[in-house]
Design a protein around this ligand. Sequence first.
Ligand code: UDP
Length: 372
Amino acid sequence: MHYDYLIVGAGLYGAVFAHEARLHNKSVLVIDKRTNIAGNVYTEKIEGINVHKYGAHIFHTNNTEVWNYIQQFATFNRFTNSPVANYHGELYSLPFNMYTFNKMWGVVTPEEAAAKIEEQRREAGITEPKNLEEQAISLVGTDIYEKLIKGYTEKQWGRPCTELPAFIIKRLPVRLTFDNNYFNALYQGIPVGGYTKMVANMLDGIQVELNQDYFADREKWNGLADKVVYTGPIDAYFDYKLGTLEYRSVRFETEVLDKPNFQGNAAVNYTDRETPWTRIIEHKWFEFGKDENGNDLPKTVISREYSSEWKPGDEPYYPVNDKKNGDLYQEYKKLGDAEEKVIFGGRLGEYKYYDMDQVIAAALKKANEELR
Ligand code: UDP
């Protein structure tokens, strides 16, 4: 059998591209080295709870086209992400909003909060933020930086905040309102029944072979198709010949607890430097603690997340988008652009800190260019 497209990786990018190619009557084979589809959005049912095996994924977007597009694969619930920050047992509201400012400083009005932030920014003497630390202080002041950002970020990235790019912290909204929604997004939710089901719907009618390592026999796989859509790490594709791009990896310690409620929220971030994990996810709260028939679940499943530097053999999760890695990626991209038969896509293929909606948008754009 010969295919129009071989798709390496059954995550979101690969699944969207595969779906589109099939709609255009192309023949498609999807392979993945894991024994499951859905890449890092994979969810698995434990004790009736959809567990986000590779970290919490909360779908959110401002892109109406993407939102409309995914409705064909899943129904989304009304989950809104409102994490809690735990700093040595002191609890704060996230994102940074009036509840956070009130707890931190006792301020009551938006004007008082703004004045407090302005005062701390002035004292720090920052005009043009050059790194994450300066960006954070200029957004929310020194106290919030010290208690809610510095420790978390240094655990998450394994680097001092002064060596990290400012844009990472701009993901977090700062609001002078009591809105606890973590995302500035028009649309948000969790697919009912889990992400695996959503991706399975994308791949409906498409040949998928799991437990297949592309690198174990590249010649064979490449020989099967006219074109390859590769969604793995771009540096691995080129045998790391220009050096390795850095990634952060995450280790999860998942536990089933014989109680209905552990922390009362889907996400609690541990923002001090001393607690070794970055956050604890209690998966049932993504679906309001209910099973599909609306019944309360007697048990709960929690995952502690530990961030670590990626080394060969680990799963890569986050690209480290600093200058050094950005420059190296550009070199790999040149090599990638010269591979006429191959499309590189997704968080790993493009070495980008993409959110799910951005991955879907990128896959749709590429598919439109390719298939029109
Ligand atoms: N962040 C922080 N404190 C928090 C949560 C996030 O300082 O309690 C910072 C941290 O630098 C992190 C970034 O904000 O890398 C983005 O966080 P987000 O939750 O968007 O990251 P993700 O969910 O992709 O891990």
